[in-house]
Design a protein around this ligand. Structure first.
Ligand code: GLU
Length: 525
């Protein structure tokens, strides 16, 4: 009988979730949705030494922000297989480890770390490397070499011991990976991994396989770094008698640095000028801050669209996908084998495409919030340089909306709006020096004096009249209108490049335009 597709994302709370981890979660989610299956979030926290405070919540927040919602799991509500945090499932695993020992597929190992270190050094002196495997286990202190009485004595004495898998001596193991095809490994390459530790906790391998079995996982979709563990997992399924329900494996390609030179690591992000984490993360030990896509101003839709295409390709050349379109288009057989190069510039382009999809109204609301935030953080300072109507301008939706409409072509991020539209709220008192040096003249002064006078007499200060009068005066003064347009912009906003000139003047309004021309005429020699 076909089983309902069930997949899981199983991160360990050992730090912030890398964007590669979010991609793994996304592909699992898309696969589940496409197949009408379930997607589970399981927290694999059996390694107490690597536990990092706050990272579990970070994982949950990252998935929520990205719009990747598990059906079951830590932070998303319990399903039938709760709990989903492995530390809370602690008592489940021992029985399977003991079962493996009883059936001859695993053994107790009593070697102390010092004893193992001694063997390792001895072998290194002989120019070989030590691993606890099908050869060395025969000379080490374990239940394969000790007598039944000795083993019992060790166990009863309460001395520390671990349980190791007994990897067959020389056998070919085959893993059929959906993305990579057959992967064949000889067991001679494998070591007898610890399955159960002296602290009473299972290792990743045992807990992962047992939970995938108990949670009825049908497909394991995870990063390529886990491919080397897959043969061991296949062996565990066989030894535990679960081969008939073993999940299918799909190992996703690595995310590579922009130059293609190696894996995109946690360290790369801020060093190369882009985030590698979905959200900001402050290391609880060092206090070091790493930046996140959310705080950099990315839309979550843009972020996951980028992730979608890092390792998967559609049939055609569509680049922008809504979540529904992603679900519709996604399939594992279009996941690439080769690593996916991350392109920070293209990532910004994606954000701009999503920004374009937002209405002026939406963007204005975001910008108004952003201005409030910037006021809070001191990035914008409200002081005497601000006009008296500053507060009413930044809270006037229609005004901000028009400022957004005029400037939206210029930005990739909503948090860039302030830098391209601040002059609608705070008048400038500096004027682009190089431009003024070149273009300011007595004739120009006269022109803008006349312009001001004509604007003053205007009853209706709208786009058409502002432009017509400007052109009429230019022609009357014997200059081409284009010649003074940039200069007019400098007078109004301080710089020669900027949004459409007459729209800018119309939004500023008659009083403010006149004020700004007067101020410039006073300031400029
Ligand atoms: N706990 C592993 C991790 O941190 C999970 C690997 C897997 O999906 O099997 O990524």
């Amino acid at each position: 009988m076909d089983r309902k597709p069930r997949v899981r994302f199983a991160p360990s709370p050992t730090g912030p979730l890398h964007m590669g981890g979010v991609r793994t979660a996304l592909y699992n989610y898309l696969f589940a949705k496409k197949m009408g299956g379930d997607f589970i979030l399981r927290i694999e926290d059996t390694d107490q030494n690597r536990f990092v405070e706050g990272s579990e919540q970070y994982i949950i927040n990252s998935l929520k922000w990205s719009g990747i919602t598990p059906n079951e799991g830590v932070g998303f509500g319990d399903g039938p297989y709760a709990p989903y945090r492995q530390s809370e499932r602690k008592l489940i695993y021992r029985k399977y480890a003991e079962q493996l020992v009883k059936e001859g597929h695993a053994y107790y190992a009593f070697d102390t770390p010092e004893e193992l270190e001694e063997v390792r050094l001895g072998m290194e002196a002989d120019k070989s490397t030590f691993s606890y495997n099908s050869i060395t286990r025969n000379n080490l202190k374990n239940s394969l070499t000790l007598s039944v009485e000795e083993v019992k004595k060790h166990l009863d004495s309460g001395n520390a011991y671990v349980i190791r898998i007994k990897v067959p001596a020389n056998e070919e193991l085959r893993v059929n990976d959906i993305i990579r095809g057959w992967v064949v490994v000889n067991t001679i390459e494998m070591d007898d991994k610890v399955l159960f530790k002296s602290d009473g906790m299972p290792t990743y391998h045992l807990a992962n396989v047992v939970d995938d079995y108990l949670m009825k996982i049908t497909h394991v979709i995870r990063g390529e770094e886990w491919l080397p563990s897959a043969p061991l997992h296949v062996l565990l399924y066989r030894f535990l008698g679960w081969e008939n329900v073993m999940p299918a494996f799909a190992h996703l390609p690595l995310l590579l640095k922009p130059d293609g030179n190696g894996k995109l690591s946690k360290r790369d992000g801020d060093r190369l000028g882009f985030p590698v984490f979905p959200l900001n993360w402050k290391d609880p030990q060092t206090g070091e801050l790493s930046s996140g896509y959310r705080e950099k101003g990315y839309f979550p839709e843009a972020f996951i669209n980028v992730l979608l295409l890092l390792g998967w390709h559609p049939e055609g050349n569509q680049e922008l996908f809504t979540m529904d379109e992603m679900i519709e288009a996604f399939s594992l057989d279009r996941v690439n084998k080769a690593g996916a190069k991350f392109d920070p510039e293209k990532t910004k382009w994606f954000n701009q495409q999503y920004l374009k999809k937002h209405s002026d109204d939406d963007l204005a609301k975001i910008v108004m919030k952003d201005i409030q935030n910037k006021l809070k953080t001191g990035e914008i300072i409200f002081d005497e340089s601000c006009p008296s109507n500053f507060e009413s301008l930044i809270s006037n939706l229609d005004y901000v909306k028009e400022a957004v409409r005029i400037t939206r072509e210029k930005v990739h991020f909503t948090n860039e709006f302030w830098s391209v539209c601040h002059f609608f709220f705070i008048p400038t008192d500096t004027y682009e020096a190089a431009f003024i040096a070149k273009k300011w003249s007595d004739k120009a002064k006269e022109f803008f004096g006349t312009l001001k006078q004509n604007y003053l007499n205007l009853k209706i200060f709208d786009l058409a009249s502002i432009e017509n009068i400007f052109k009429e005066i230019a022609i009357a003064s014997g200059v081409k209108p284009g010649e003074y347009m940039q200069l007019f912009r400098v007078l109004l906003i301080g710089v020669s490049m900027g949004p459409a000139l007459f729209d800018t003047a119309a939004l500023l309004g008659k009083d403010e335009v006149i004020r700004r021309i007067e101020r410039a005429l006073k300031k400029l020699p």
